[in-house]
Design a protein around this ligand. Structure first.
Ligand code: NAD
Ligand code: TYD
Length: 358
């Protein structure tokens, strides 16, 4: 692939994909991102100024701007990561999730289809539209149920996961109806450097370091499967290069952990890396009212991607988490940049009522 259009390349996972594509391939990367609160070009590191990296500030809700993107850059492949991505925000304000995740995806599909239909021969055969999605589309898993496979029926619980499920269905329909050569991946919870500190792991690291409470929703028994972001980016590149057209691949970390256990592990690492003189960080853990519609468990059966493409995660949770904590301790400048007024307003919206209701 010579020219890859990455949407959402200034976000957490998108920036990891762009950094890898620049560092490890010869591809030109067209990075299209609206730079919402979650997007930050500093997350690209040296890739930002690389001659093979082209940034376009584009909102995928803007159909004309999306069409222009394809005309101007003529990509051989699309990796679509741009999305509103935080479940709690989707509960407070679902409209943006439908607009970006559903309508935005439809805009991309239509522009990609027109672009692909203009190709002939090898270029037409080579083109791919890779849609990056989540395991949350499969919904709530009971403690003894088998992990999600690619055959698990969709049953999303939150406005976020419903909007991602809708976008997955659109992508599949564009393949079935128009023959667009698509790939879909559904991945479990990612963690690692550059994750916006509204998500569980970076939020807990920062709150602990700043002496604030560590708000665990409900009883902390909800289970997520955790994958280090660089392992996810590697999986995405493999699927793009070698995945079978029209197919879905589940990607997971083989690492199910209850939320309370994750928070305790973050505390243990911090107790070692930057001990507080007066107390162990676990003392800051506070149980707060639950998220409505909170899925109890996610778990992934990754046997298809393992078997067909030879992928397996490289990073263990313990080593990945330690690297992540160290990264947040070392990168105050990035944190100052992303924690704008909007971030403070969000923290107020999401946590004030939880603490007051207790
Ligand atoms: P993120 O919130 O960190 O980044 C999203 C990026 O999309 C940001 O840079 C933002 O500016 C951009 N964006 C948002 N709305 C846009 C719009 N209308 N037009 C153009 N750009 C827009 O999200 P992330 O965690 O990096 O997730 C990336 C993708 O991976 C998403 O599609 C998400 O559903 C999926 N995913 C995430 C996880 C996870 O654990 N974070 C797991 C599985 C799948
Ligand atoms: P999150 O990082 O928001 O990812 P997702 O909801 O997409 O899985 O949350 C991960 C888990 O952590 C989820 O079960 C909700 C829980 N959680 C808390 O307990 N406290 C918090 O402050 C946050 C943000 C999440």
């Amino acid at each position: 692939m010579k020219r890859i259009l990455v949407t959402g390349g200034a976000g957490f996972i998108g920036s990891a994909v762009v950094r890898q594509l620049i560092d490890e391939t010869e591809a030109t990367v067209i990075n299209a991102d609206a730079l919402t609160y979650a997007g930050n070009l500093e997350s690209l590191g040296p890739a930002r100024d690389h001659p093979r990296h082209r940034f376009e500030q584009v909102d995928i809700r803007d159909r004309a701007a999306v069409e222009r993107l394809f005309r101007d850059h003529r990509p051989d492949a699309v990796m679509h990561l741009a999305a509103e991505s935080h479940v709690d925000r989707s509960i407070e304000g679902p409209a943006a999730f439908v607009e970006t995740n559903v309508t935005g995806t439809q805009n991309l599909l239509e522009a990609a289809r027109a672009h692909w239909e203009g190709f002939e021969g090898a270029a037409r055969d080579r083109f791919r539209f890779h849609h990056v999605s989540t395991d949350e589309v499969y919904g709530d898993l009971g403690p003894d149920e088998p992990p999600f496979s690619e055959q698990t029926p969709y049953a999303p619980s939150s406005p976020y996961s419903a909007s991602k499920a809708a976008s997955d269905h659109l992508v599949r329909a564009w393949h079935q109806t128009y023959g667009l050569p698509i790939l879909i991946t559904n991945c479990s919870n990612n963690y690692g450097p550059y994750q916006f500190p509204e998500k569980l792991i970076p939020l807990m690291i920062l709150n602990a370091v700043e002496g604030r409470s560590l708000p665990v929703y409900g009883n902390g028994e909800n289970i997520r499967d955790w994958l280090y972001v660089e392992d996810h980016a590697r999986a995405l590149r493999l699927v793009l290069e070698n995945g079978r057209v029209g197919r879905t691949y589940n990607i997971g970390g083989r690492c199910e952990r209850a939320n309370l256990k994750v928070v305790q592990t973050v505390c243990q690492i911090l107790n070692r890396l930057c001990p507080h003189p007066d107390y162990a960080y676990e003392r800051l853990i506070e149980f707060v009212p639950d998220r409505p519609g909170h899925d109890r468990r996610y778990a992934i059966d990754d046997s298809r991607i393992a078997r067909e493409l030879g992928w397996a995660p490289k990073e263990s949770f313990e080593s990945g988490l330690e690297k992540t904590v160290q990264w947040y301790l070392d990168n105050q400048q990035w944190l100052d940049r992303v924690r704008t007024g909007e971030y403070r307003a969000w923290m107020e919206t999401n946590y004030r009522h939880r603490v007051m209701e207790k």
